[in-house]
Design a protein around this ligand. Structure first.
Ligand code: FEO
Length: 381
């Protein structure tokens, strides 16, 4: 498949992995993207997950059509892209491996071989002349590991963006934004400052296409994707709306959460409900970053927060949740404590506005609960 007349796609689809990085559900799989740039010299852009190495090597051989590659450019050492390097290096012993200094250290760690006799270490701003074009390497530390570089082809105006702008699913899936948000917030969300720095560098480039390491090549309406990334990287609110995330055992906390949702919608606000005991928690986390407000509704369990709620809040905290309004619903039949404990967990987040109303339920909702829900809706509107 051609990206341009001189850049071919040789990546592979993964439709068998159940959990990406061991935790993200991927109902429509994921792709490991790899490309070949044909010029006087030939450069291969990244490898793929070693479980798909044979298919990738076959794609590569087919694209090369008898020619030999000169360079393997390694932009990122996470094994979903790097674990076929060792086999590639055996099959193509004359290829120069191009990457950052930190990446070669990681190659030594992963493969027991750091290719010191056949490597080219590149720093931020370094260039590589392929004959008809020059590639420029841009350091992108923590997008999403410290060794990452991205690569700009000034002839074709293509940005090879490593993990940035990737998404779950197959390349021809119609929707981009929801799976890209879930991917970004889940995997790169902690590193908004570093992504913002990369976007600032990218803004100086004339880009006609973005080739990420996952998902589709982006060729049209690039402003839309750049705007989404600018919003996500800055932790800005994407849309008005409230996520209500609840952890319920016998349905009483669930009922309060549903009533709250119904009242919010009746008041004209978007409200999205997540049952944390059953939902994809990373979809809930992504939506918590998407919308302007969040309600946490949890039973008290073992004098603490219900485990799925604790995991959800941890997921928010570790990704730098900030700048939103948060309401609390707590339930407990003899000593409701989850509200106080949830507020304490959120104490690690900066710039949150906690609603004055706490909805406290003792076992099941009653008239006082209804009044508290209405007060909370008033604060969230
Ligand atoms: Fe797709 Fe950070 O690897």
């Amino acid at each position: 498949m051609n990206i341009t007349n001189t850049i071919k796609y040789i990546g592979v689809p993964d439709r068998v992995t159940d959990l990406f990085e061991g935790q993200y559900v991927i109902p429509n799989g994921v792709t490991y993207n790899s490309y070949v740039i044909f010029d006087d010299k030939i450069a291969v852009m990244d490898t793929v997950d070693v479980r798909f190495c044979d298919e990738w090597l076959s794609n590569l051989a087919s694209a090369l059509d008898g020619r030999s590659p000169d360079y393997l450019i390694v932009q990122h050492m996470e094994p979903d892209h790097s674990s076929s390097i060792a086999r590639f290096a055996e099959i193509y012993p004359n290829v120069t491996i191009v990457s950052s200094d930190k990446a070669f250290t990681m190659m030594g760690q992963f493969f027991g071989e750091d290719y010191s006799d056949r490597r080219l270490v590149v720093k931020d701003g370094a260039t590589l002349d392929l004959g008809g074009r020059t590639l420029t390497f841009v350091a992108a530390p923590m997008v999403h590991w410290p060794e990452v570089i991205v690569t700009y082809d000034s002839l074709e105006k293509v940005l090879f963006s490593a993990d940035a702008f990737g998404r779950f699913g197959q390349r021809d899936d119609s929707d981009w934004v929801d799976e890209a948000r879930r991917y970004y917030i889940g995997i790169v969300g902690k590193y908004g400052m570093q992504v913002t720095k990369l976007l600032a560098k990218a803004s100086t480039l004339d880009i006609a296409a973005i080739c990420p390491l996952h998902g589709p090549t982006l060729t049209e309406n690039l402003g839309f994707y750049l705007e989404k990334y600018t919003t996500w990287a800055s932790y800005a609110v994407e849309e008005a709306g409230t996520v209500i995330a609840y952890a319920s055992i016998y349905g009483n906390t669930k009922k309060v959460a549903e009533n709250l949702r119904d009242e919010l919608i009746a008041s004209g606000k978007t409200a999205v409900l997540y049952d944390l005991n059953r939902c994809d928690v990373h979809a809930a986390i992504a939506d918590a970053f998407r919308f302007d407000s969040l309600v946490l509704a949890s039973v008290t369990y073992n004098n603490g927060i219900f485990p799925t709620m604790r995991a959800f809040i941890s997921g928010l905290v570790e990704r730098g949740y900030t700048g939103r309004k948060v309401g609390i619903v707590e339930n407990g039949s003899w000593a409701p404590a989850s509200g106080k404990l949830m507020r304490e967990m959120l104490g690690e987040c900066k710039n949150l506005t906690l609603c004055e109303t706490t909805v406290t339920v003792k076992s099941a909702a009653n008239d006082a609960t209804a009044a508290a829900i209405s007060a909370l809706v008033g604060e969230l509107k």
